[in-house]
Design a protein around this ligand. Structure first.
Ligand SMILES: NC(=O)C1=CN([C@@H]2O[C@H](COP(=O)(O)OP(=O)(O)OC[C@H]3O[C@@H](n4cnc5c(N)ncnc54)[C@H](O)[C@@H]3O)[C@@H](O)[C@H]2O)[C@H](O)CC1
Ligand SMILES: [K+]
Length: 449
């Protein structure tokens, strides 16, 4: 499972708006479908490598893409069969089907599948789950599957957990990725997601993670200009120690772990004199990390209140999120929240819609960047920007990795610059490191060189 880096992600409505803008600029819908069908044909040609291809066409324009691909593949000499669910229901699909000169079989008469099955049944227009009888027919088919735009049967906006009867080996996203490509549970059914540019100018508001940029410090940098991070050490020493070490590893030039006699790395300045309030006044502190290893309670509340009063850029994790919630949106500040599923549900109980919708709503409400963690981590900014981190790295599903991410967010935030970009860089760093370590990863490995 994979998705292209830094690729646009659009909802169905945004796709339709982008399509309309494209048409208004002079490109016909027929031309868009021709480009889509050509991209499907090219991908199918490569996947089939000369073996027979079965194309399943639905009633809408997703089906239209399928008919265009069938025609182009036959023109190239491929062995193509087409099976349709019903007659085309759109003018574009009717024209595409008319241009296909071969036979069109009934889908329920298709025996067993083919070496390559192109799933052009439904795309972003699916309005309800696929009927059980059709799902049963599709489940009987065997062969590698290329899904056109999305695997048929899923809600492309990622709001419903409808699952596709045909799991795709490859999904060819047309014009832009869709939320369902980067959100669970549907992302697992999309296989390798490829993007076919068809001339749609997608806005950059939502995108997949960019490639992890190199973090070579500039020649004039010194330990403080690389960023000084203050970590509020909680009673659970290990978690705060992981966060402090991660801040150093992720590029901070100077890290203070307050409230702890010792630290995992000698380069961390461990201070047990509990002068957190004073340290907040140090003008060199570029970011404060609170939450790792700190359960809810008076001491945590005191630390969060003091940090909010200081106006310093903040990274808030776990119980610190709840402690800060009542005050977060009162004054604009750079803040990154890093809730996992349970912490998110506790902090934002009324949120609804897809994970992207809920992350955006939380960012708007708190006026902070929200890193909504999971295998399908979503990063949302108050201004509407979203980054999707799917597929991340499965090795991160182990204790302590959240503490490491909080520390990495602190490092990126302390460098200065935009809080959303800092969170994107931290999540990218976290995933890249986990992928490099791989099987058997424990959180401590993420902070070792
Ligand atoms: N957006 C673009 O730039 C382009 C998109 N293309 C392709 O068009 C589809 C979207 O096509 P649309 O006609 O809107 O819808 P679908 O083909 O996805 O299917 C809707 C179709 O199916 C019927 N329907 C809905 N739900 C069900 C159901 N559960 N059971 C049976 N039938 C159902 C509905 O009534 C419609 O008739 C997009 O994904 C792209 O593949 C363009 O070709 C290229 C540019
Ligand atoms: K499809």
């Amino acid at each position: 499972m994979s998705v292209p880096a830094d690729a646009p992600v659009l909802t169905a409505d945004a796709m339709r708006a982008a399509e309309a803008a494209c048409v208004a600029a002079g490109t016909t819908l027929a031309e868009l479908m021709e480009r889509a069908g050509a991209a499907v044909a090219d991908t199918a040609w490569r996947m089939a490598a000369g073996a027979p291809i079965l194309i399943l066409c639905g009633p809408g324009n997703n089906g239209g893409d399928g008919y265009v691909a069938a025609r182009r593949l036959a023109e190239r000499g491929a062995a193509v069969r087409v099976a349709a669910l019903t007659d085309p229901a759109t003018e574009l699909a009717r024209a595409a089907r008319a241009a296909w000169t071969g036979a069109v079989e009934a889908i329920d008469a298709v025996p067993s599948g083919a070496p390559l099955i192109v799933d052009a049944l439904f795309g972003v227009g699916l309005s309800r789950p696929i009927a059980d009888d059709l799902a049963a027919v599709l489940r009987r088919l065997s062969g590698r599957v290329l899904a056109v735009d999305v695997p048929s049967g899923i809600d492309s906006d990622g709001g419903a957990d409808w699952m596709p009867p045909l799991v795709a080996d490859v999904t060819l996203a047309l014009g832009a990725l869709k939320p369902a490509h980067v959100l669970l549970p549907t992302a697992r059914s999309c296989g390798r997601v490829l993007l076919a540019p068809i001339g749609i100018s997608a806005d950059r508001a939502m995108r997949t993670l960019p490639r992890a940029p190199s973090q070579v410090p500039g020649p004039a940098m010194h330990k403080f200009s690389r960023g000084m991070v203050l970590v509020f050490g909680g009673p659970m020493r290990g978690a705060a120690g992981l966060a402090a070490a991660a801040a150093l590893r992720a590029g901070a030039g100077y890290v203070v772990l307050d409230g702890s006699e010792s630290a995992t790395l000698l380069a961390i300045i461990a201070e047990s004199d509990e002068k957190f309030g004073e340290r907040l006044g140090d003008p060199r502190v570029g970011a404060v990390v609170i939450g790792p290893g700190f359960p809810a309670g008076e001491e945590l509340l005191f630390a969060v209140e003091a940090a909010l009063d200081s106006g310093k850029p903040l990274v808030l994790d776990a119980a610190a999120i709840d402690a800060a919630l009542p005050r977060l949106s009162e004054t604009p500040r750079k803040a990154i929240l890093t809730p996992h599923e349970g912490e998110f549900a506790r902090a934002f109980p009324g949120a609804y819609g897809s994970k992207i919708d809920r992350a955006k709503a939380a960012a708007t409400r708190t006026q902070a960047v929200v890193v909504y963690k999971g295998a399908d981590t979503i990063i949302a900014a108050p201004d509407g920007r979203v980054a999707a981190a799917w597929p991340g790295s499965p090795w991160l599903a182990t204790a302590g990795t959240g503490d490491v991410l909080a520390g990495a967010c602190g490092a990126m935030l302390a460098r200065g610059g935009d809080a959303f970009d800092a969170a994107v860089a931290a999540v990218g760093w976290h995933i890249a490191r986990a992928a490099h370590i791989g099987p058997g990863l424990v959180a401590d490995d993420l902070i070792r060189d």
